[in-house]
Each structure stands twice: as C-alpha cells, then as structure tokens.
Design a binder for this molecule. Sequence first.
Ligand SMILES: Nc1nc2c(ncn2[C@@H]2O[C@H](COP(=O)(O)OP(=O)(O)O)[C@@H](O)[C@H]2O)c(=O)[nH]1
Ligand SMILES: [Mg+2]
Length: 288
Amino acid sequence: MGLIKSIRNALTKTSIALGKSIAKDKIVIEELERTLIEADFGVQITMDIIEAVKKSPDKKSAIEEIKKYLINILELPEKEERSETKPYVVMFVGVNGVGKTTTIAKMANIELKNGNDASLVAGDTFRAAAIEQLTIWSERLKIPIFKGEYGADPASIAYRAISESKGENRIILIDTAGRLHTNKNLMMEMEKIVRVLKKIDDKYPNEILIVLDASIGQNNIQQAKQFMVYVPLTGIVMTKLDGTAKGGSIFPIVRDLKIPVKYIGTGEGIDDISPFSSEEFVNTLFPD
Ligand SMILES: Nc1nc2c(ncn2[C@@H]2O[C@H](COP(=O)(O)OP(=O)(O)O)[C@@H](O)[C@H]2O)c(=O)[nH]1
Ligand SMILES: [Mg+2]
C-alpha cells in the first residue's frame, strides 16, 4: 500500500468525523468543536482552532489557518543530526501491548529494503513468549538476533550485540519489556540498559523511541512523562492509528512532551508503518 494511502486509511476514523463538520461550503462551528474534542485534540488546541475559524473570512482560508497552526505544533526545532556511529543503535520502550516488538520488525524491514543491515536484541527477557516472538521475526526477516535466557540481564545482551557489531554499518534495534512506572525494578532495569551502553560510546543508544498506542489518546502524555524520568526519550512511535478516532491526540502529545513523532503504525502487517511527516498527516486530516 502506498504511503499516503496507508496514512489516509489509518486516519479515516478521525478524518471522516472532521469532514462532516467542514461541509462543502461552510464550517459548522459547534460540530467542529465537538469533533475536535472527540478526536482528542485537547481543549486548548480546539479553542485555538475555533478562534482561527471564526476570524477567517471563508472556509478556504480557515482550513489554511488550521493547517498552518497544526503543522507548527508538530515541527519541533531540529536537535543535532543523526550521529554517525557504527553500529547505529535504537532502543524501544513503552508499556505492555503498545506494539514495541511489532514496530521493531517493521523498522528492521524498512532498513533491509533500504539495503542496510539490521540486528535485533531480545531485551524483553521478562516474558519467555517475548523472546520467542522476536526470534520468529528474525527468522522471517533473516537477520541476526541477540538473546539470552528468560530472566537474563537485557543490558548485557544489548552490550554484547553492540560490541560484536563494532565498526559495522548496521542498525541494532533493541526490544525491551513492557513496564509501568509503578514497577520500580523494571524502570531501573531500563535505565541500566542506557547506562551500560554509554560505556561503549556516550552517543549510545543513538535513539530512544517511546512506543505509544494512539487509542490511549492524551493519556499517553502522563505515560511518556513517567518514562522520561528514567531515560532521555528522543522520539515517539504512534501505533494503532488505524483503530482509533483519537488521531488528534498527536498534537497535544507533541506540544506537551516536546519530542517529535518519528513513525506511525497503521496496522498489524509488516508494511503498516510510515515515517512521520507533519504536513502529510495534517493534510490527510483536513483534505482540501
Ligand atoms: N491495528 C494495529 N495493531 C498493531 C499495531 N502495532 C502493533 N499492533 C498489534 O498490537 C499487539 C501488541 O503488539 P506487540 O508488538 O506485541 O506489543 P509490545 O507488547 O509493545 O511488544 C499485536 O497484536 C500487534 O499486532 C498497529 O499499528 N495497528
Ligand atoms: Mg513485546
């Protein structure tokens, strides 16, 4: 499926609702307001949009204003560019069931398609089934996997993966156990992975992506903040946009957390992932 098409399909639940309130020749303010709140844009952003619409002379300029305003929220100031370490290391964190393992497989597949090498690290040693799940992906994708016994220390598995790939032009994707902030031990374990990898190179892990389930909406903000206490998050992967009408929550989430969305998950299949583009996302929500 094409990139734009898959985003569009994923966002239908959110965008159809918006489309109804932005009818052919006019915008129905009350309906738009209700739809924005239901799509989880949050109160502040909804009020800002309604203000902009009221001030606009016509529908066309109203939509232009809305788009400009929303794209501006998503485009955070660029942090330093991708550091050139070999290997390049990306770690995935988040609570249970959000789609970490699936996203890792999808991202490994993207790297392979781009002609790059990829390895997996089975850092979720908390559930035996998790090691199994990632092993199956490594077999399907025919890429190396580093793993330990159930209960093993994920930091040392990740350390080994990087040490043994030294100097290689390769991306290493580290899976981790799902955890809640209330589980102090697991939070400390996650912190330790980062600390141990920094002993190899201060730039490691190059990226720490938090995987968030879009259907949780704005509640993701609190969830992510609890992870930020322990590790420096560099980006967001927003999964399950295909199954929710809460696609608008991306805006308050990015505005509050001040970290960019890097990828969006648009289904359960291996190709159901897209690199995130603010413009494409907003244009899909508000088609002309
Ligand atoms: N609809 C949909 N399902 C997804 C998406 N990403 C993951 N899933 C499903 O969510 C469930 C949990 O995924 P998993 O990767 O095991 O989550 P983890 O516990 O965070 O590793 C699985 O059934 C996945 O197929 C997505 O973008 N859309
Ligand atoms: Mg998993």
